[in-house]
Design a protein around this ligand. Structure first.
Ligand code: GDP
Length: 202
């Protein structure tokens, strides 16, 4: 898919403030600092459409970006940032929960995980929550440029075996590097396919 047009539409503090129309949302979520803003900017072909945060955990809003007038890329608040207070963390959870469970337009959630790390409890718990609620998702392993090919494939094997302890199969997944523009076409083509499938199902 070619991104001919990408524009910021709106920041929403609550799910009921999100844009109301019939376009699909493709939302991006992960622990703070996982590389979400960088990935969104890479997908949208923009240098700073989503703000690359110097302060992890800063984004507490749901940001909608309209792509090719056709679908939304949605930047959700990061989760699991240890240095925010308990009450701010609860806000993150509530806004995320409400969006994930109530947003009718949501087509798919991309759960970002840092490819360098062992499977993290909070990510596994979040994916479990998605599974329990029947929310479609795919995983994006970010910052792949920070690993050698061998390290990356070893990390993936570890992640897959951990996932298969509780999932029947490995969810769809992508490898990305915003620094080296890796994964862009694959993710955009996947979004295109999901849109087509959903539109045909209507
Ligand atoms: P967010 O908090 O999840 O939105 O993460 P950001 O996109 O703000 O990125 C956090 C930090 O990781 C920044 O210093 C980015 O420059 C860096 N970063 C993000 N993506 C990549 C990547 O693909 N490769 C490398 N090497 N660094 C990245």
């Amino acid at each position: 898919m070619i991104v001919a047009k990408s524009e910021f539409v709106k920041s929403s503090a609550e799910v009921n403030q999100c844009p109301v129309d019939s376009r699909w949302d493709f939302a991006f979520i992960g622990r703070s600092n996982v590389g979400k803003s960088s990935l969104i900017n890479m997908l949208c072909n923009r240098v700073a459409l989503a703000k690359v945060s110097a302060t992890p955990g800063k984004t507490q809003l749901i940001n909608h970006f309209l792509i090719n007038d056709r679908f939304y890329i949605v930047d959700l608040p990061g989760y699991g940032y240890a240095k925010v207070s308990k009450s701010v963390k609860d806000d993150f959870q509530k806004i995320i929960r409400n969006y994930v469970l109530e947003r009718q337009n949501m087509a798919l959630l991309f759960v970002l995980v840092d490819s360098r790390h062992e499977p993290q409890k909070i990510d596994l718990e979040f994916m479990r929550f998605l599974g329990e609620n029947g929310v479609p998702f795919a995983i994006v392993f970010t910052k792949a440029d920070k690993l050698s090919e061998k390290q990356l494939s070893d990390r993936l094997e570890v992640y897959k075996s951990r996932m298969l302890e509780e999932w029947e199969e490995m969810p769809d997944y992508f490898i990305s590097s915003s620094a080296h523009s890796v994964g862009r076409n694959e993710i955009l083509d996947y979004i295109d396919d999901v849109c087509k499938n959903l539109d045909n199902a209507d």
